[in-house]
Ligand binder design. Structure first.
Ligand code: YSA
Length: 348
């Protein structure tokens, strides 16, 4: 009878079955327990002998059970290890890598080109005052030239900071070009210097394939002694060479901007495509702009610094350049956030 019990224990398929076997033989109403209870019905001698034998069986059963228990536990562990095996040498999940926006890519490229020529990049506020965006740039109120820049005017009592951090009162707007930073920088610094102003600008304009209401410009300003139109041409020519190689050329055509005299629009020759690429506006800084800067400096208690100054400036449309560079047919693609479009420009 006990042989059968040992066999069943050794073959118990799992811990649950083993538990049941333990109850069947050693439990309160188990076979062995019952047997022991019946000992008292036997005569003394027999009781002693049988009692000893039963105790041995009990000990042997307990041992068999705990051995099988250990075996089954080891087996379960083994199984779990197999199932949950972790191989740290397996390649990880591929993480989609972000890329830079095409406008950022071109902007960085342009900043690098000019950095090599000694220009320093500075940034200015997008919420600007009428004074810096227009008046100081020789575009007074009611002057028809204001129509060149359709403006988003702002309401509210936000106090803007001026070039030295002073409170600057005045009507607020979203800057329509990066040129107001020319004035801000000149007020706070003395010549000579060469700066670049990359940044976002806003125009209250109907959008189409080549016009956005929000776009980017890159402004350049060089002020010093005896700066000439030839220096402006040289700077733009350097840009042309850097973008399109030594075959490139530059073309200037006269155009009116109130803050330059003479004013020009410029284009680069693109040898690969065999055509001109219109880039932006430029010119020699108008004496009225220098006067406005000095007047502002004096109002702040600073010495005038631009009486003898000469300088040139330029401003170009970053999206327009990116469109031509990458063959993008519609400016609105830039800010629709369509990944299929943006993923094509994975530069780092
Ligand atoms: C001129 C002379 C200077 O000494 C300095 C700067 C300038 C440029 C001037 N501040 C300006 O904003 N001129 S602009 O109105 O002709 O714009 C310059 C460039 O921005 C354009 O050549 C064009 O490339 C881009 N642009 C203008 N409106 C745009 C636009 N790009 C996209 N969407 C629009 N709505």
């Amino acid at each position: 009878m006990w042989e059968e019990a040992f066999q069943a224990i050794r073959k118990a398929p799992d811990l649950e079955a083993l538990k049941q076997l333990k109850a069947r033989y050693l439990g309160k109403k188990g076979l062995l327990t019952e047997e022991m209870k019946r000992l008292k019905e036997l005569p003394l001698e027999e009781r002693k002998a049988k009692g000893q034998a039963l105790n041995e069986v009990k000990a042997a059963l307990e041992r068999a059970i705990s051995e099988r228990e250990a075996e089954l536990e080891a087996l379960a562990l083994q199984e779990a290890l197999e199932k949950e095996r972790l191989d740290p040498s397996l390649p990880g999940y591929p993480f989609p890598k972000g890329g830079l926006h095409p406008v950022t890519l071109i902007e960085r490229e342009l900043v690098e080109i000019f950095r090599a020529l000694g220009y320093q990049a500075v940034e200015g506020p997008e919420v600007e005052s009428e004074f810096f965006n227009f008046d100081a740039l020789n575009i007074p109120e009611h002057h028809p030239a204001r129509d060149m820049w359709d403006t988003f005017w702002l309401e509210g009592s936000f106090t803007l900071k001026g070039p030295l951090g002073e409170a600057h009162p005045g009507r607020l707007l979203l800057r329509t070009h990066t040129s107001p930073m020319q004035v801000r920088y000149m007020v706070a610094h003395t010549p000579p210097f060469r700066i670049l102003v990359p940044g976002r600008v806003y125009r209250y304009e109907q959008t189409d394939a080549t016009h956005e209401a929000v776009f980017h410009q890159l402004e350049g300003l060089v002020v010093g002694e005896d700066i000439r139109m030839a220096d402006l041409k040289g700077a733009i020519l350097e840009l042309a060479y850097a973008l399109f190689g030594p075959e490139s050329r530059v073309r200037f055509q006269p155009i009116y901007f109130p803050f330059v005299e003479p004013g020009a629009q410029f284009a680069l020759w693109w040898p690969e495509k065999g055509r001109w690429l219109e880039l932006g506006g430029a010119g020699m800084v108008h004496p009225r702009v220098f006067q406005a800067v000095d007047a502002y400096r004096e109002a702040l208690g600073l010495k005038p610094a631009y009486r003898e100054a000469t300088g040139f400036a330029f401003g170009l449309g970053v999206e327009r350049l990116a469109m031509l560079r990458y063959g993008i047919p519609d400016i609105r693609y830039f800010f629709q956030n369509r990944l299929a479009f943006l993923k094509q420009f994975k530069g780092v």
